[in-house]
Design a protein around this ligand. Structure first.
Ligand code: ZN
Length: 191
């Protein structure tokens, strides 16, 4: 550790276990006071903080990007240091479902529900195919968001289907498409 040589005794103490404990103790004892001081400082320096934030933006983004890329090369999740799951070349299991939740439901808060939903019945309700994550499994809006915009972020309006089923359903809603499939099945049976 070459940087240790350049630390002053005070800096060394601050970084030591004892120093950190003392800081935590002091913070706990003076929480309200320190918060008020912090808020007052921020009110006085708001513009400066904003300016610095903007100035450092591109270098921050570049750092995050470099860290992500380094993780990906090592076979780790791009968001954390957990290995990628077998069905994603980008994410660990947790972040895979969070990413699905984000892109389909606008936030990552439904990740756990989506995961439970998948594992409780990994079968397409339309084509009856076995669903495989990272392959044919996609999330479908039962009532398509193109026609029911107010339900596009509603977790009860999504389910796991196969890519083929999803494409064939198009802009039909769940009931329409189920009827459509039933009609075709009857026609085929009548042949
Ligand atoms: Zn992760």
């Amino acid at each position: 550790m070459t940087h240790e040589k350049t630390l002053t005794p005070v800096q060394k103490y601050k970084q030591s276990k004892k120093g950190r404990e003392a800081a935590r103790k002091y913070y706990r004892a003076n929480k309200e006071k320190l918060r008020a001081l912090g808020n007052a400082w921020y009110a006085d320096n708001k513009e400066k903080v904003k300016q610095q934030y903007e100035e450092n933006k591109s270098s921050r983004i570049a750092k995050v990007k470099a860290r992500r890329e380094a993780r990906l090369v090592l076979g780790l999740c791009s968001n954390c240091n957990v290995p990628q799951t077998s069905y994603s070349n980008c994410y660990c299991e947790k972040h895979y479902f969070e990413q699905r939740s984000c892109s389909v439901l606008g936030s990552n808060k439904h990740a756990q529900v989506l995961k439970t939903m998948f594992y409780s019945n990994p079968k397409c309700p339309y084509t009856h195919e076995l669903l495989i994550l990272g392959s044919n499994a996609v999330l479908d809006h039962k009532l398509p968001k193109s026609r029911y915009a107010h339900l596009k972020h509603d977790i009860s309006n999504v389910h796991w289907v196969s890519e083929v089923g999803n494409r064939a359903k198009g802009k039909m809603n769940h009931v329409e498409f189920t009827l459509y499939l039933k009609e075709w099945q009857e026609r085929i049976n009548g042949l």
